[in-house]
Design a protein around this ligand. Structure first.
Ligand SMILES: Nc1ncnc2c1ncn2[C@@H]1O[C@H](COP(=O)(O)OP(=O)(O)OP(=O)(O)O)[C@@H](O)[C@H]1O
Length: 289
């Protein structure tokens, strides 16, 4: 396992409030990550601190084991911001030409395929584009640049369902042939579950959870039954949330359940459901509501 990027103890304050607090994050080579969090959780700030030149108050960033100096940006990376106000007067094709000059792995054949698939007219000016089309231009650049480290901030913002599906499909197909490290920040949590291999969940600038999607499928459960029975089954496990109803309790847990746990659950008439990533997220940050 080779580490591409390590952020250690990052802190970023705006006035008295922390946009990032003691944040640690590590990205491995050739993995797709989801960066999840509510509005204001700190996702954009984190991406800007890594790649957008915002200086943290504390903490270090290492790229392939080499610490970045203050204000230094990673090499060989592509960062597609949520908002890109520059280039308004330029045509799409001109923006692609600029991007191509920055990225040594740029693939023009792929870029033209994506223009067609995303239904973008290369002669259109950036300021004539809808919100979704603008996102698609950014997504195209992120894909065709094939940078070893690609960071996307809300890439599907403003996209309709068809275009979201086309983007995810293009990403996964291209990643299968050209593996690299990709981090996608998003609100659309269940959509990212089939795309990402690992996720980081932020809340109020801190890391709430990070794990492999596969592990999340194995560990995120909702348990329902008699209160004493639920308390006994969940003892020693990571309980995210509990709620009482009549004589029963509902508990969201984040832990593996082995055969013995499941046998006990059957004996005690406890039901066990798997939680979707979206539901896990809701229980982590707000008790499921
Ligand atoms: N330039 C700024 N000045 C002051 N506060 C800021 C600034 N940029 C961000 N913040 C604050 O930092 C916190 C994190 O914001 P950030 O944009 O990183 O969140 P986010 O997770 O990307 O949110 P969203 O999903 O809504 O884009 C918020 O409380 C925000 O108000």
């Amino acid at each position: 396992m080779s580490i591409v990027l390590t952020c250690s103890n990052l802190n970023k304050k705006y006035g008295q409030s922390y946009a990032l607090r003691n944040l640690d994050l590590q990205l491995e080579e050739n993995v797709i990550y989801g960066l999840l969090g509510r509005n204001g959780a700190g996702k954009t700030t984190l991406l800007n601190v890594i790649a957008g030149g915002i200086l943290p108050n504390d903490g270090t960033i290492e790229v392939r084991g080499k610490k970045l100096g203050r204000g230094e940006l990673p090499k060989d990376f592509c960062y597609m911001r949520e908002k890109n106000k520059s280039f308004g007067g330029a045509r799409i094709i001109e923006v692609l030409q600029i991007a191509a000059s920055f990225h040594p792995n740029w693939d023009w054949t792929f870029a033209h395929e994506l223009l067609k698939s995303f239904q973008l007219d290369p002669q259109k000016k950036i300021r004539q584009l809808s919100r979704g089309m603008e996102s698609l231009v950014g997504n195209l650049i992120g894909l065709a640049s094939r940078a070893p480290l690609t960071l996307y901030d809300e890439p599907v913002l403003g996209l309709d369902v068809l275009m979201r599906e086309r983007f995810y499909k293009a990403l996964l197909e291209d990643y299968a042939h050209y593996p690299r490290t990709i981090l996608l920040s998003t609100h659309l949590i269940d959509e990212i579950a089939p795309v990402a291999e690992k996720v980081y969940i932020l809340e109020a600038g801190s890391l709430l959870l990070h794990d492999e999607i596969e592990q999340i499928h194995m560990k995120a459960h909702l348990i329902r039954g008699n209160s004493e029975a639920v308390a006994s089954l969940t003892a020693g496990k990571r309980v995210l949330h509990t709620e009482s109803y009549g004589r029963g309790t509902l508990a969201a847990i984040y832990d593996k359940l082995d055969d013995r746990d499941r046998q006990r659950a059957r004996e005690m008439d406890i039901s066990i459901e798997n939680l979707t990533l979206q539901k896990l997220f809701s229980y982590l940050i707000g008790g499921g509501h």
